[in-house]
Design a protein around this ligand. Structure first.
Ligand code: NOJ
Length: 522
């Protein structure tokens, strides 16, 4: 394992997200699986990252891509068996890669035996494991909350004459974490995976653990636009980030510590103030509460520089930053900012202070691709037909090869359309490829502690250029990124170590070329 002395591995490390359905199929089912991941570990290890985070692999009816779980300690047969999982962990560890799983505490599948029992009768043993309420006086839902995927966040159950809460799809009933038995059962599930050797978890949708128990209506958001999705038409004042959820996070962390300091990365979308709460009052929360600014922010150097300063200021003392450039929920970076800027974006991700999370396929420059209606998988797309909403376009299978059928992803019928991006094989030996750039960036980050563990200082930010310095052991490197398609002056002079422009003569870097990013010793 790579360990940076007394510094925990994840501070100097890089996390790579794998969405198992789209990574590599080993059976011809058309969908990726665990043995497929094993087969492609050399690609991941050669990138130089430290850990893989695998999106859910548990038994699931796949109403929300595996985030609807029927058994928290099992393996979805489409993905393989527990033996395949054990072999994957062994192979990953042998390749120097930690393994993080996705833990989905806020809701189960409606097919989970707990929910089948809960909905069987009002006095069922597990009735109170989920959030049931009577109808409002007009017969409608108990409050105005909207599901993240559109429509009311409440589903009527005819048999028992009450509504249950579903913050996401109706097939994802919200678990009731205020019931101590639920908290115990979920922590037990984490324990099982620790004993099976996982190095930590990415914890899903944690802002929804304990929605307001008085179920107060959420206020309207006057600035809402449709592209934000129906759920954002209300502020989530009462449905998210409630104070009694935080002790649950502390318990998850205590369990991670009991197992020798496993890593917890928390997914909680919110304001910076809200995100900070997940570090815990005494750094006893998540080691890394996700920072999603780079996947939602305008691509503007001033904005990004101001955000970095604010973020750096707000992180509690002893807390560690992190950055995310893409994931399975948001439009890909190359689609958001264009192919040229996507190269600089990788440089930004891999040189900022804090643990980077990379999204599979971004290292190949993949873009969002259209998905025909008959192939749609995402409940967000299915519930909002004709709107263009949905996340399938960012989950297109990885194009591994060109000559092979199914682009090396599958020998069967792929569950989503195949990518039109340049394959990993085609990029492998091309020094100008995105893959080569990402590998070079990671190699430099690894060679220069300034880029991983060093300090951060803003050097310049204007309408076109962002420049910052990283320093460790009296070695100072400056990263300068040109966000414009025009040439710009270099903010500082120094010896160029790496440029995003292929075949650039590093001895002759005197200006920033259009869209160029450079790293200088300065
Ligand atoms: C966040 C996950 O990233 C997303 O894919 C999922 O739909 C929701 N949480 C619900 O689990």
């Amino acid at each position: 394992m790579r360990d940076t002395g007394s510094t925990p591995w994840w501070q100097g490390g890089i996390i790579y997200q794998i969405y198992p359905r789209s990574f590599q199929d080993s059976t011809g089912s058309g969908m990726g699986d665990l043995n497929g991941i094993r087969r492609r570990l050399p690609h991941v290890a050669r990138l130089g990252v430290d850990a893989i985070w695998i999106s859910p692999i548990y038994p699931s009816p796949m109403k929300d891509g595996g985030y609807d779980i029927t058994d928290y300690t099992g393996i979805e047969p489409l993905f393989g068996t527990i033996d395949d999982f054990t072999a994957l962990v062994e192979d990953a560890h042998a390749a120097g890669l930690k393994v993080l799983l996705d833990f989905v505490p806020a809701h189960s599948s409606d097919q989970h035996p707990w929910f089948l029992d809960s909905r069987s009768a009002r006095d069922a043993e597990r009735r109170d494991w989920y959030i049931w309420r009577d109808a409002a006086s007009d017969g409608g839902p108990p409050n105005n909350w909207i599901s993240e995927f559109g429509g009311p966040a409440w589903t009527w159950d005819d048999a028992t004459g009450q509504y249950y809460l579903n913050i996401y799809a109706r097939e994802q009933p919200a678990l009731n974490w205020r019931n101590p038995a639920v908290a115990e059962a979920m922590l037990d599930a984490m324990r099982v995976w620790y004993e099976r050797g996982v190095d930590g978890f990415r914890v899903d949708a944690v802002e929804h653990l304990t929605p307001d128990d008085r179920l107060r209506d959420n206020p309207a958001n006057p600035d809402w636009t449709f592209e934000q999705g129906p759920a954002r038409s209300l502020f989530r004042t009462f449905s998210s980030h409630q104070h009694d959820g935080f002790p649950m996070v502390t318990r998850m962390r205590a369990l991670a510590e009991e197992h020798g300091g496993r890593l917890l990365v928390g997914e909680a979308y919110g304001t910076l103030d809200e995100v900070m709460l997940y570090y815990g009052t005494d750094l006893d929360g998540f080691q890394l509460p996700f920072n999603f600014e780079l996947i939602s922010a305008p691509w503007n150097p001033r904005h990004i520089a101001d955000f970095i300063d604010r973020y750096e200021r707000m992180i509690p003392e002893g807390g560690w930053p992190n950055w995310v450039l893409g994931n399975h929920d948001r439009s890909r970076i190359a689609s958001r900012v264009g192919a040229e800027q996507a190269r600089g974006a990788q440089m930004l991700l891999l040189t900022l202070r804090g643990t980077p999370t990379m999204w599979q396929g971004d290292e190949l420059g993949m873009t969002d691709e259209p998905v025909p209606d008959h192939m749609l998988q995402d409940p967000w797309a299915i519930n909002n037909p004709g709107t263009g909403l949905g996340r399938d376009p960012v989950r297109i299978p990885i194009p591994w090869e060109d000559a092979a059928p199914g682009r090396g992803f599958t020998t069967g019928e792929p569950f989503l359309p195949l990518s039109s991006a340049l394959s990993a094989a085609a990029q492998e030996d091309d020094p100008a490829s995105m893959l080569s750039l990402v590998r070079a960036l990671i190699a430099l980050r690894r060679a220069e502690p300034a880029l991983s563990l060093g300090t951060y200082e803003r050097v310049r930010s204007d309408d076109g250029v962002l420049a910052f310095a990283r320093e460790a052991d009296r070695k100072r490197l400056v990263v300068a990124l040109n966000f414009t398609p025009e040439e710009r002056p270099l903010p500082v002079m120094g010896a160029a170590l790496l440029s995003t422009i292929p075949q650039r003569d590093l001895g002759a870097v005197e200006t920033l070329l259009p869209n160029e990013g450079v790293i200088l010793a300065a």
